[in-house]
Write a protein that binds this ligand. Structure first.
Ligand SMILES: [Zn+2]
Length: 241
């Protein structure tokens, strides 16, 4: 791991062991994302569509990507706690899901696949390389697909196809999709070239897995187009019976 120092960074939340209640406290106690997941009430931990920007950048012990809570990780842990043997997280946000990677890096019960801008050029810069494949029991259960500036859908789709094949082979009971649409061609802070039509295709490809799927919102900064592109993913997903 290249992010050991991140683990020492200051934590900005504190979760009380009180179901349904979360108290933010930047100064007193330190906790972990897992503790927070356990503190959540089920109704909060398993939303159908959670709106937040880039929560997959949130680690066990620190925050990032504008977020304090890693919704995808919380959902995966919740599903495991409820009896699911395996869950997969597919992160198609433009930015590497560094926090999600960190949380599950040494585990083989949650497969993590991330498609993202190559870290030499894009946030979070220090993680997201293809050779980060997990550690210990988790070796082989962390898959990164970094791609260069101006990546088109044709190229991006090859990575998606590869990730979906890995997920299919893993045979998870649930798929959690970290859905960012900052891969859009006009996104002001990213550098991929996906079009609105490509999001429909993306949704349809994911649906072909025929796995119960939870959509968790990640990034998207072309404000006028975010809603349109997200709806296209959902429409594409719904188009497959
Ligand atoms: Zn993003």
């Amino acid at each position: 791991m290249k992010n050991k120092n991140i683990r020492r960074a200051a934590l900005v939340y504190h979760a009380k062991p009180n179901p349904g209640k979360i108290e933010v406290n930047p100064t007193t106690k330190y906790s972990s994302q897992r503790d927070l997941a356990l503190a959540y009430s089920p109704g909060v931990a398993f939303p159908c569509l959670e709106i937040e920007k880039d929560p997959s950048n949130v680690y066990k012990y620190t925050f990032g990507g504008y977020c304090f809570l890693n919704n995808a990780a919380i959902a995966a842990q919740y599903l495991r706690d409820q009896g699911a043997q395996r869950a997969a997280i597919l992160d198609i946000d433009f930015h590497h899901g560094n926090g999600t990677q960190d949380i599950f890096y040494d585990r083989d019960d949650v497969l993590f696949c991330s498609l993202h801008g190559e870290p030499q050029q894009a946030f979070p810069y220090f993680l997201g390389y293809a050779d980060e494949t997990g550690s210990g029991q988790g070796l082989g259960y962390n898959l990164n697909y970094p791609m260069p500036r101006d990546t088109s859908f044709i190229q991006w789709q090859q990575s998606l196809t590869a990730a979906l094949a890995k997920i299919d082979a893993f045979a998870p009971e649930y798929l959690i999709l970290s859905l960012g649409v900052d891969t859009f061609e006009n996104d002001p802070i990213s550098f991929f070239k996906l079009t609105t039509a490509d999001y429909f295709t993306t949704g349809a490809m994911i649906a072909e897995l025929q796995i119960p799927t939870l959509f968790v919102m990640e990034g998207g900064y072309d404000i006028d187009e975010v809603g349109i592109n997200v709806v296209e993913v959902l429409k594409g997903f719904e188009s497959v019976k």
